[in-house]
Design a protein around this ligand. Structure first.
Ligand SMILES: NC(=O)C1=CN([C@@H]2O[C@H](COP(=O)(O)OP(=O)(O)OC[C@H]3O[C@@H](n4cnc5c(N)ncnc54)[C@H](O)[C@@H]3O)[C@@H](O)[C@H]2O)C=CC1
Ligand SMILES: Nc1nc(O)c(N)c(N[C@@H]2O[C@H](COP(=O)(O)O)[C@@H](O)[C@H]2O)n1
Length: 225
């Protein structure tokens, strides 16, 4: 599976304020670029922290892109994926509507009753990991369901776990012209952090959009030069 991480951050590396409220960091040109990246993906993945904070929908904005996908024999919108160890996704979350398939990656810690409730609400529930979702195992199970190209939109905990699992192939970071600050505000990669053997990034492109820049990187697989 090919994995593309895309996120928007402030100049000081924050994805949102310390209140974890959704914030417009980029503008219309960048949202259009994000829509293009979504349209190329088989599935778009977020963590449950993002679902609880933002209630995202994760479908395409541009109808033309949906039509083009259908013309190519693909679903109109990419599938949606939530990394959610204990099944905290609210049953009335927008991500569970019938606009696209939604996979919930849960761990074995989610009891059967909750799994059934989430399935009744529209999710296809996939168990990967014991206490916490095992990202590598979850992605393997998504690959079994036909997901060849995955876009990861955040938040910081899940992006860190994707890097830690060594599954990221590309990173695109929009850097908006603002400072958010706050030691508790989410950053591009939170989690435990690396102390050695940092992800191996190569800058492949820079582009100006709205009042900011997009930095694009290729990410080497573990052990790759
Ligand atoms: N500016 C941007 O591009 C974006 C900003 N955001 C912001 O990010 C914030 C949410 O980010 P986070 O709090 O970091 O939450 P997150 O969206 O990364 O979800 C993390 C949660 O997922 C669950 N989880 C289960 N297994 C996991 C695993 N193996 N690794 C990591 N998490 C696992 C845990 O409950 C964990 O707390 C919100 O404020 C949202 O607005 C989110 C997406 C994009
Ligand atoms: N790429 C990007 N730029 C921004 O300025 C943002 N605020 C975000 N946020 C994330 O976009 C998702 C919203 O999805 P829907 O519009 O509901 O489909 C959500 O994950 C936000 O956190 N992204």
């Amino acid at each position: 599976m090919y994995v593309v991480v895309n996120a928007a951050q402030s100049v000081d590396g924050k994805l949102a304020t310390r209140r974890r409220e959704q914030l417009r960091i980029s503008g219309p040109e960048d949202f259009d670029r994000v829509d293009r990246v979504r349209a190329a993906a088989d599935a778009v993945l977020v963590g449950v922290g993002t679902v609880l904070a933002d209630d995202p929908h994760l479908t395409l904005d541009e109808e033309d892109r949906r039509v083009e996908r259908l013309r190519n024999g693909r679903p109109g919108d990419p599938a949606r994926v939530v990394v959610d160890s204990t099944g905290r996704t609210p049953t009335d979350a927008r991500i569970l509507d019938d606009a696209a398939t939604t996979y919930l990656l849960v761990s074995a810690a989610t009891d059967r009753e909750r799994r059934e409730t989430l399935a009744d609400a529209g999710a296809e529930v996939i168990v990967a990991g014991e206490d916490r979702v095992d990202v590598a195992e979850g992605l393997d199970k998504l690959a079994d369901r036909g997901v060849d190209r995955l876009m990861v939109e955040g938040g910081g905990e899940v992006i860190f776990s994707c890097f830690a699992a060594g599954v990221v192939d590309e990173l695109h970071v929009y850097v908006g012209s603002l400072v958010i600050g706050g030691r508790d505000a989410p950053t591009l990669a939170d989690g435990a952090g690396f102390t050695e053997e940092f992800p191996d990034l190569t800058l492949t492109d820079t582009a100006a959009f709205d009042d900011g820049v997009v930095l694009s990187y290729a990410v080497a697989a573990d052990g790759e030069q």
